[in-house]
Design a protein around this ligand. Structure first.
Ligand code: GLU
Length: 472
């Protein structure tokens, strides 16, 4: 069988967004599933809207998602000679012609056609022109067959048929000699040996035109797979007003790339009821048979849930690495902070079940890392007062004289204090929790003490005793 060669061909007129990333992912999965080749091609011919900054951003987004490519990135602006040679071939073979109609004339004829209820396509006036029109720089148009049908056998949509008399004699070179989208795509896909064109279904209407170009060049048509649209929760096309659409915004919000990949693949693809997939599973299971035709609805809550699952299932060591930039951004640690990694992983371990994002994880780590706790005012008033003073003092003295500072020993100490007073663990744990974390919610109190260590714990209890009205 012919080796699979696919490409992701973004136009760098914006950041890598959810829809683009899903297209890239499906191409990548198809390539990896088939031991094929994944090519990155930057379609930057629209110079007024393409920027280097967006190219970098797209590359950064793909790297973050772990979508590695085998060839490229190629830039279309470096390939104009190729497109001209393709256009020349069509001119030479009479499959394309020069058109001298000015934009104003075309517009006037369009209006006329509209008023008369005729099709709004180019009327073919220059098709059989023998002589050039002096003083006019012409465009080059492709001579589209006007009879019969063009059939797209789409791997997702099935058979889609277009009547050729609806297809325009499309412009392939503008009057300044620059190539247009349909020509560049087909020339590149031929030149790069693309076997499967996988892209959003907003391109489906271009496909019959492109198939006719393939026919004119005498090349076999690749297979097409048009991915269903992505909608927002209100079922309108996904856009900025539905929240973040740029992939790197999800990095900033503390999402794990694997969680986003897992979420993106489910926008259109399914495999039974399975929700969580390793990358190896995705590569193994991926096929177009399991891609639905219906538009997919983007659901931010589900993405957040998936992210929490990925956080729970990540090793604490890895999370400790990943969370550091977020600790810096939250001003919890200075830039260049170099923690004891083992300690940080232990702290993370107590929090990962309670953190849906790396941002939440970083914020929760604050009380472990900060030199001093800041009390939540309500919690302080309720728990650090005359009533708890005696208990806090007993805990402090008990912890100070523990021979072994282990979670088991700490627990024993707490049990002996509550038994002595005949109280529930909460009565003791809550004031201690406020003393150590500043608030009333935290991981188990013995774990917290274990992570903080004896010295910090004693300092914080000391401060709490003072706050509660006691002496040292
Ligand atoms: N450059 C086009 C886009 O960004 C993609 C063209 C294609 O995949 O054929 O929409």
């Amino acid at each position: 069988m012919e080796k699979v060669r696919v490409r992701f061909a973004p136009s760098p007129t914006g950041f890598l967004h959810i829809g683009g990333a899903r297209t890239a992912l499906f191409n990548w999965l198809y390539a990896r599933h088939n031991n094929g080749v994944f090519i990155l091609r930057i379609e930057d011919t629209d110079r007024s809207r393409s920027t280097d900054e967006y190219i970098d951003a797209i590359i950064q987004g793909m790297k973050w998602l772990g979508l590695d490519w085998d060839e490229g990135p190629f830039r279309q602006t470096a390939r104009f000679d190729l497109y001209r040679s393709y256009a020349d071939r069509l001119l030479k073979e009479g499959r394309a012609y020069y058109c001298y109609c000015s934009p104003a004339e075309l517009e006037a004829r369009r209006k006329e056609a509209m008023a008369a209820g005729r099709a709004l396509k180019y009327d073919g006036r220059c098709r059989d022109l023998k002589e050039p029109v002096p003083g006019v720089s012409p465009v080059v148009r492709f001579r589209m067959p006007q009879e019969g049908q063009t059939v797209v056998d789409d791997l997702i949509r099935g058979r889609v048929t277009f009547a050729n008399d609806q297809l325009d004699d499309l412009i392939i070179l503008r009057s300044d000699g620059t190539p247009t989208y349909n020509l560049t795509v087909v020339a590149d896909d031929i030149d790069m040996g693309i076997t499967h064109v996988i892209r959003g279904d907003d391109h489906l209407n271009n496909t019959p035109k492109q198939i006719q170009l393939y026919n004119a060049f005498g090349y076999p048509v690749p297979k097409f797979a048009h991915l269903p649209m992505i909608l927002g929760p209100d079922r309108a096309r996904l856009s900025k007003r539905h929240g973040a659409t740029s992939v790197m915004a999800y990095y900033e919000m503390g999402y794990l790339p694997d969680a986003l990949v897992n979420y993106l693949v489910r926008l259109g693809w399914s495999y039974g009821d399975q929700e969580i997939f390793t990358r190896e599973e995705l590569i193994r299971y991926f096929s177009f048979e399991n891609v639905g035709r219906a538009a997919a609805v983007f659901n931010p809550e589900k993405l957040l849930w998936l992210n929490s699952q990925y956080i729970i299932n990540s090793s604490s060591e890895r999370l400790a690495e990943l969370v550091i930039p977020f600790l810096v951004k939250e001003n919890i640690v200075p830039e260049g902070w170099n923690p004891d990694k083992q300690w940080l992983a232990r702290a993370v371990d107590t929090l990962k079940e309670r953190s849906k994002t790396l941002v939440e994880l970083a914020r929760s780590l604050r009380y472990y890392i900060a030199a001093e706790v800041e009390y939540d005012e309500k919690a302080r008033a309720k728990f650090l007062n005359k009533e708890s003073l005696g208990l806090l003092t007993e805990v402090r003295d008990g912890l100070a004289s523990l021979a072994v500072f282990s979670e088991a020993e700490i627990e024993k100490l707490f049990r002996s204090i509550i038994e002595k007073h005949g109280i529930k663990l909460g009565r003791l744990a809550q004031p201690v929790r406020v003393a150590l974390t500043g608030g009333t919610q935290s991981p188990g109190i013995f774990e917290v003490i274990g992570v903080l260590g004896r010295e910090k714990t004693l300092q914080r209890l000391q401060k709490a005793i003072k706050t509660a009205g006691g002496q040292s």
